[in-house]
Design a protein around this ligand. Sequence first.
Ligand SMILES: NC(=O)c1ccc[n+]([C@@H]2O[C@H](COP(=O)([O-])OP(=O)(O)OC[C@H]3O[C@@H](n4cnc5c(N)ncnc54)[C@H](O)[C@@H]3O)[C@@H](O)[C@H]2O)c1
Ligand SMILES: [Zn+2]
Ligand SMILES: [Zn+2]
Length: 377
Amino acid sequence: MTSSGIITCKAAVAWASGEPLVIEEVELSPPQPMEIRIKVVSTSLCRSDVTAWLSQAQPQVFPRIFGHEASGIIESLGEGVTEFEIGDHVLTLFTGECTKCRHCLSGKTNICQTLGLERQGVMHSDKKTRFSIKGKPVYHYCAVSSFSEYTVVHSGCAVKISPTAPLDKICLLSCGVAAGLGAAWKVANISQGSTVVVFGLGTVGLSVAQGAKMRGASRIIGVDTNPEKSEIAKAFGVTDFLYPSDHDEPIPQVINRITEGGTDYAFECVGDTGMVTTALQSCCTGWGLTVTLGVPMEKPEITAHYGLFLSGKTLTGSLFGGWKPKSDLPSLVDMYLRKEIEIDNYITHNLKFEDINEAFELMRRGKCLRCVIHMPN
Ligand SMILES: NC(=O)c1ccc[n+]([C@@H]2O[C@H](COP(=O)([O-])OP(=O)(O)OC[C@H]3O[C@@H](n4cnc5c(N)ncnc54)[C@H](O)[C@@H]3O)[C@@H](O)[C@H]2O)c1
Ligand SMILES: [Zn+2]
Ligand SMILES: [Zn+2]
């Protein structure tokens, strides 16, 4: 660190789409007004990082530091920050909560008008980056960029959590696990005895399954094109695993047959807009609710026959499970500490920071749920 407050640290920089990340020495500026600087302790890889790294359908912002599912400890505070203290344990928030805007004041949404999902690779406040290499800007991802030993986030994009919570586990609540649980509980509000189908059994889909099981769903059907997901699916509450290649009929037809007319709820957790249509076709007429969570790699438009909606089906989507992140996340951490929710079993790999490319490869090849990357001390 220098006297100007700039930190020089290691970060995994993506120089171009799909190219392996390179661990570089980067300069990180001090936190600006209302920002905080965090020493990242643990960060896990989410499919959304991989999609943004590979997708040609998203803004091509490079060089860039990915990572948005993370835990850490506050290293310094920018001007005007009174809510945190140095040393506080925090989770980063890829969709923030300013607590003041019309949306934050409304009970109807978790999408903040000022600190919502940032897609251009800059900070919300001044549209600039805090990272650089030899004076050249290195861009952010979701205004979090946790694949770095230190990062700067807006104080509205982090939440203080219990100092007793294990940071290398609860980083999963910073995105994937919370997104799935919230989709089941807050967005769909699954009722006891209902039937559910989940498309895509990664961490997000399996968290929907966990949430559905806790709500007493009578049947949780899981669909995945990776047959290796069958066993882990059962551990998270999936009662029927469907591997599409095992069936001659289209999957919605199978689901409609075995549930006598479709499920009460369908969740798309793949990141494929075609699967949203499949999900809509798989929930029941009258009241079937489809929730889409996936971020598509291509084809952002959803196609669906209007008749699906005239028959009373509903389609909705959710970012971060509808949780108001600052208000709601500490209680999820406390639930984990009371052993009321499962997190540890999503962690299939623990990797050193220098092996971060292995995490990208594992996810690309469908060989992991979450890889937790442990930052150097
Ligand atoms: N809305 C949110 O807040 C939010 C949060 C986190 C992740 N996401 C998105 O949710 C999706 C899931 O994330 P994840 O981290 O669990 O990813 P993941 O890659 O671990 O899981 C995706 C699963 O879908 C399966 N799959 C792929 N193609 C399929 C198909 N055609 N039919 C059925 N299954 C198929 C894969 O085998 C895999 O098991 C991604 O698109 C991710 O970007 C959204
Ligand atoms: Zn994510
Ligand atoms: Zn707000």
